[in-house]
Write a protein that binds this ligand. Structure first.
Ligand SMILES: *Cc1c(COP(=O)(O)O)cnc(C)c1O
Length: 348
């Protein structure tokens, strides 16, 4: 079996990193096939990558067939109705519109059922679709849980679907799917998260390098006496004299308010959000507010932390996966919500 090709999933502004930068960088690295979620993302990518193959994962948006054709976007068709709409868009000019078909193997979100697909493939006369079927695809439900029985079931079902049209290229694996088994690879892998540094094997070491670093300035330092509270709603109380640093970032920058550290959370076993300042882990205290975060820097010596210094919120030693866990969410959400106020610096 030849090794599979590798596409790039760059939906949600390339997982928050910036599509117009990430797209061309990936293309320059040799990527010729991209997946985005919606047509507007496809159009933005098309202006930067004129010769790329671009698939729209969310399918054919109602009434937008002409737009897809104008920008040479390929829908991932996920229902018989969408197939009908695409055929109508092409008006018999079959070769104009290569498209992918999504087969549902367990997500129950998008895609034709196995039964619908089987009856489509057995219909006659051939060809039944009226457009080039460029890719057959399905999507894992829980590939990051490597020992979940659904993975094997989905691999088997997708294999059965594929056997009905063995000449058509096939794609199943997202980032985590790539690390399951060779059976999951087929012709084209579709990683997103791992390309941007996320750990596709969350129970083990991250095989990917860190990609995103987020540093924010410390805008004020202050002493808080025992019994005083910090932040909105007075939900965090100092148990002793503490030195607090106030960071210039907040939920308006996409850092989840759910990462707030209240007295209850501090007492619970849940992991607490942290920043790295002068090489040391510093726990968040109080509410994450719209534009500010407060952290306890008592354990960093006074000479090592000054107003204007940087605090690391994401980076080497504080991965997006860990930030997600400590904020009661997943790294995907941390990354895709990175705020528009941050200055972005791209290193080549
Ligand atoms: C988002 C997405 C991917 C990429 O998933 P990652 O877990 O980020 O690698 C692949 N395929 C489909 C259908 C998706 O929606």
């Amino acid at each position: 079996m030849a090794p599979a090709g590798c596409a790039a999933v760059v939906k949600a502004d390339a997982y928050g990193t910036g599509l117009v930068e990430a797209g061309p960088a990936l293309a320059a690295a040799g990527c010729d096939t991209f997946f985005v979620a919606v047509p507007s993302e496809g159009i933005a990518l098309r202006t930067k990558c004129p010769s790329a193959t671009i698939y729209i994962l969310n399918g054919l948006a109602a009434g937008q067939g002409a737009l897809y054709l104008a920008h040479c976007l390929r829908p991932v068709l996920g229902s018989l109705a969408e197939i009908g709409d695409w055929q109508a868009t092409l008006r018999g000019d079959a070769d104009r519109g290569p498209a992918a078909l999504h087969i549902d193997t367990g997500m129950n979100r998008l895609g034709l059922s196995m039964r619908e697909f089987a009856s489509l493939m057995s219909a006659s006369p051939k060809p039944v679709l009226g457009f080039p079927l460029a890719l057959l695809m399905s999507h894992f439900v829980t590939a990051d849980n490597a020992d979940h029985p659904l993975n094997g079931r989905q691999i088997r079902e997708f294999g059965q679907a594929r056997a009905l049209c063995p000449e058509i290229p096939a794609s199943l694996a997202n980032s985590s799917g790539i690390f399951l088994t060779r059976d999951a690879h087929h012709d084209l892998a579709r990683p997103g998260y791992a390309l941007f540094g996320g750990n596709p094997t969350p129970r083990g070491e991250n095989p990917m390098r860190n990609v995103v670093t987020l540093t924010v300035p410390i805008v004020q330092l202050r002493i808080v006496e025992k019994g005083e509270s910090v932040g909105y709603d007075a939900r965090w109380t100092a148990l002793g004299r503490r030195r607090i640093a106030t960071l210039s970032a907040g939920y308006a920058d996409g850092y989840p308010r759910g990462a707030s550290v209240t007295d209850e959370r501090r007492k619970s076993a849940a992991p607490i959000a942290e920043a790295i300042i002068a090489g040391r882990r510093c726990p968040f205290v109080g509410r994450v507010s719209m534009d500010l975060i407060t952290v306890d820097v008592t354990d960093v010596s006074e000479e090592e932390v000054r107003c204007g210094d940087s605090a690391v919120l994401i980076g080497e030693g504080l991965s997006i996966d860990e930030v997600g866990r400590r904020a009661d969410t997943i790294g995907y959400e941390i990354l895709t919500r990175l705020g528009r106020r941050f200055e972005r610096i791209y290193r080549r």
